[in-house]
Write a protein that binds this ligand. Structure first.
Ligand code: GLP
Length: 272
């Protein structure tokens, strides 16, 4: 796993936006996997800026969001659909028909989840999946204990997640208990993953995800099995990483290599 440590949250957003923008420019019909939560907000703001100021074109881009709360209508202010509209979709030239968020009010969730998986496949699979991380190390809503082979399905939220998200609902009581979420297996099929984390509160989850054992108790740790993951974290989120200096060293070597200042004996270094 590539680990990029930035000084602050702004640096995380800028670097993440560079990955996304580079893909959108190279492959204008790419498929992006998107995440909600406060962590990717800076990334979305930067993508809106690139769209407005540098003409970054989303006309042919297709998006799939990771998850949605069960029971909330798309128009509910705390639904992930309305979050995405507010923070990205309404401000760039994405075709509304190309944006997908699971339906929290589906009549038949089993059928809906199966269809979501099929739509991803029909779109050609996800080229780049943006991920945040929960305080308990979850990705999307794959709470501790989720199968590392899981697919899109209903999931019961963990008490810690309900507590973490209570701030958006004005109290724990109002937080939905269930969500529709892509599975860990679904996420691992993306061609590339960008894991973003900022702030000291994520330091434990980031340590467990990057340097801990691969375990269903920390579903983000499954990313260690993926061949193309970049974890982009700020200093506070990197605070508990034992190999922090080594990751920095690798990034310096990468930069030198790219600028032609370093020769290697093999064809590539540290891409995976
Ligand atoms: C929720 C979302 C996750 C997100 C997590 C962290 O659980 N389902 O996709 O990564 O919150 O959110 P935040 O970025 O606000 O810390």
């Amino acid at each position: 796993m590539r680990v990029i440590v930035e000084a602050d949250a702004e640096g995380v957003s800028r670097t993440a936006a560079r990955f996304v923008a580079e893909l959108v420019r190279r492959q204008p019909d790419c498929v992006l996997g998107l995440a909600t939560g406060s962590t990717p907000l800076g990334l979305y703001a930067e993508l809106i800026r690139l769209h407005r100021q540098e003409g970054l074109d989303f006309a042919r881009v297709v998006t799939f969001n990771l998850d949605e709360y069960v029971g909330l209508a798309a128009t509910h202010p705390q639904s992930y659909r309305s979050f995405m509209q507010r923070h990205l979709f309404d401000h760039v030239n994405l075709d509304p028909r190309h944006t997908h968020v699971p339906d929290g009010r589906a009549l038949d969730f089993e059928a809906h989840c199966g269809q979501y998986e099929r739509l991803i496949l029909e779109a050609g699979g996800i080229d780049l999946q943006v991920l945040g991380i929960g305080g308990d190390g979850h990705i999307a809503f794959n709470e501790p204990g989720s199968s590392l082979g899981s697919r899109t399905r209903l999931k019961t939220l963990a008490p810690e997640t309900i507590r973490d998200n209570a701030r958006f609902f004005g109290g724990e009581e109002a937080v939905p208990r269930l969500a529709v979420t892509m599975g860990v297996g679904t996420i691992l099929e993306s061609r590339r993953c960008l894991l973003l984390a900022t702030g000291e509160a994520k330091a434990g989850a980031i340590r467990d995800c990057i340097e801990g054992p691969v375990t269903a108790q920390v579903t983000a740790s499954a990313l260690q099995l993926h061949r193309d993951v970049a974890a982009i974290v700020d200093e506070p989120a990197a605070g508990l990483l034992a190999r922090r200096e080594y990751y920095r060293h690798v990034e310096q070597a990468q930069r030198l290599l790219q600028s032609g200042g370093l020769r290697t004996v093999g064809p590539t270094i540290d891409h995976e």
